[in-house]
Design a protein around this ligand. Structure first.
Ligand SMILES: [Mg+2]
Length: 302
């Protein structure tokens, strides 16, 4: 059990690195593109955002209950939100937390989004890699816990499939690192796709399967999205593609993911949280020391 928490903690560190890295590339587009081309990080202090803060709550649930406890998660999300509301939460999350603070039940609020369909935002998927790391050896438990964690804020089928996809990618990365499996670029995508229910998310992964080899970032964004729409199915597929190709090299994976722009703190949080599980340790760059430390943050220690 301790080993699994260690894997989840490693994934959370990867999330925080990717999140803070990606966030530093919001700005005037041509300038950001030139920074990315030069591989220059525009900011010297790298602070994480909501992606990491919500993942910390997921970690605490695993630590305390060895599974996702939805009531606990809703409570921790809310507590952490009010510790600092300026961490890049999406507009619908601000509403969500105000409703919870007013005493409404998380389930009612989550299901009431978008006329009862629930939000299909990428917020469930952005905090899912550590769930995959924790349940890497039990895909049924993995999928169940991924779904439970997503439902707390995003009670929508696409959001849930996206959350499962990220958790599965993390599990397969962890399995690879342990030498239990070996996957080529297509196998990696196929294995994730095979575990999902029919959805836009799943058909996008099918498209990703046919984009093997070296592809231009423009074509990838055009076909798979880059998170600019903030939905799970517009965000997760390109991340899975980036991981299918670059997961063994952590830094390469982040630079290629950020080059797609879009919802870049979130795409990089997902990529970082998974790549760190299987990458060559030498591919973790020295600048990670400049990233805000989640373990020492007020969001982890109460
Ligand atoms: Mg964010």
């Amino acid at each position: 059990m301790k080993d699994k928490l260690l894997l989840a903690s490693k994934s959370l560190s990867g999330i925080s690195i990717g999140d803070a890295f990606g966030e530093s590339f919001f700005g005037e587009e041509s300038l950001m593109k030139s920074y990315i081309h030069q591989r220059f990080i525009p900011e010297s202090s790298l602070d994480f955002t909501d992606d990491t803060i919500m993942s910390i709550a997921v970690f605490k649930s695993l630590e305390k209950f060895r599974e996702i406890n939805q009531d606990f998660l809703a409570e921790e999300f809310t507590k952490n939100y009010y510790l600092d509301i300026n961490r890049g939460y999406g507009p619908s999350m601000h509403q969500y937390f105000r409703a919870l603070k007013d005493g409404e039940n998380w389930k009612k609020v989550s299901y009431s989004k978008f006329e009862g369909q629930g939000s299909m935002g990428n917020g469930g998927a952005m905090r899912a890699s550590l769930i995959g790391a924790y349940f890497y050896d039990d895909l049924d438990k993995l999928k169940l816990n991924a779904e439970l964690s997503c439902e707390v804020t995003h009670a929508n089928k696409e959001a849930i499939e996206g959350t499962k996809a990220i958790a599965l990618a993390a599990a397969f990365a962890a399995q690879e690192k342990l030498g239990l499996i070996k996957l080529n670029q297509q196998d990696f995508i196929q294995k994730i796709k095979d575990e999902l229910n029919d959805s836009d998310m799943k058909s996008k992964l099918n498209k990703a399967l046919y984009l093997d080899g070296n592809r231009s970032v423009e074509l990838l964004v055009k076909t798979l999205g880059n998170g600019i729409k903030m939905t799970a199915q517009d965000t997760v597929p390109i991340v899975i593609w980036m991981l299918s190709r670059y997961r063994n090299n952590f830094e390469e994976c982040l630079w290629n993911t950020v080059a797609a722009l879009g919802d870049r703190d979130t795409t990089c949080a997902m990529a970082g949280g998974i790549s760190i599980l299987c990458c060559d340790e030498n591919s973790i760059p020295t600048w990670v020391k400049d990233v805000e430390q989640w373990k020492n943050s007020k969001f982890y220690e109460h």
